[in-house]
Design a protein around this ligand. Structure first.
Ligand code: ADP
Ligand code: ADP
Length: 231
């Protein structure tokens, strides 16, 4: 498994008076799911993007599996981290199949293996491959786009998943199935998962631990769901 460690991590955006994330220190244990809950604007997305190196911390250090995140090149990051976001962020000029296959392609899988994996991932998120593979993102509902985004994040089988409100637009039944799939990936494959949600039931269901964040991502509580519910 892969542990993620944040050591005194801060982010101040240019022109902002206060930091978006202020001196956060936290360990996300290997093979566990940690759920971030906290008010809008408290820095959850900023923290996820720093782990993924989409933005650089202003200060502090992040390690992924003991390696300094700043020293990982884009290829190494893609092999380690799958990222799924609320807005799905699909490439509009690529089909669903091409979107799901993009990371395996970048890291050098052969064509047949990618095609099989795309089918497997679309099945996993409950989208019939024959019906959806050749569609473009604009031909999908918001919830379907999110499911493709999740399939894309999982496609190259990375040990770490960063998921930022990935199921917000998904209908409740499908959402339950996707949650079950994540639980399975965590327990059977030992994935390390960081998950952001506003849905406390979802946090309790998925989280080995829940991090309750306040302003500037200050950690107010960091404990098991049972312990947090007892408070
Ligand atoms: P959350 O994900 O918890 O809603 P964010 O990480 O998106 O919070 O935002 C944290 C703070 O940083 C907010 O005050 C937000 O307005 C600010 N922020 C986010 N992105 C930028 C940016 N690119 N430039 C300036 N400020 C930003
Ligand atoms: P949801 O209930 O997930 O919000 P929608 O009502 O948006 O779904 O869409 C219902 C169905 O119509 C879905 O199967 C979706 O794939 C299809 N659909 C939505 N928009 C388009 C489009 N622009 N072109 C083709 N099919 C579409």
């Amino acid at each position: 498994g892969v542990e993620i460690h944040l050591d005194n991590v801060s982010k101040r955006y240019p022109g902002q008076r206060t930091a978006a994330v202020d001196e956060v220190t936290m360990t996300i244990p290997a093979g566990e799911t940690v759920v971030f809950v906290g008010p809008s604007g408290c820095g959850k997305t900023t923290t996820m993007k720093m782990i993924n190196r989409l933005i650089e911390p202003s200060a502090g250090r992040i390690t992924i599996g003991g390696e300094d995140a700043l020293k990982l090149d884009p290829d190494q990051l893609r092999r380690r981290i799958g990222y799924a976001i609320q807005q799905a962020g699909l490439f509009p000029h690529m089909t669903v199949g091409q979107n799901v296959g993009v990371v395996p392609g970048l890291v050098g899988w052969d064509k047949n293996k990618i095609a099989d994996r795309v089918e497997e991932m679309l099945d996993l998120v409950g989208l019939e491959p024959g019906e959806f593979r050749d569609r473009y993102p604009r031909q999908l509902s918001g919830g379907q786009q999110q499911r493709v985004g999740v399939a894309r994040a999982l496609a190259a089988d990375p040990p770490v998943l960063l998921m930022d409100e990935p199921f917000g637009a998904v209908d409740p039944i499908t959402r339950g199935n996707l949650q079950d799939q994540l639980l399975r990936l965590q327990s059977e494959l030992g994935k390390t998962i960081v998950f952001v949600t506003h849905d406390f039931d979802e946090a309790v269901k998925l989280g080995d631990r829940i991090a309750v964040l306040g302003d500037r991502s200050k950690i107010l509580q960091y404990d098991t769901p049972d312990a947090i519910l007892a408070n």
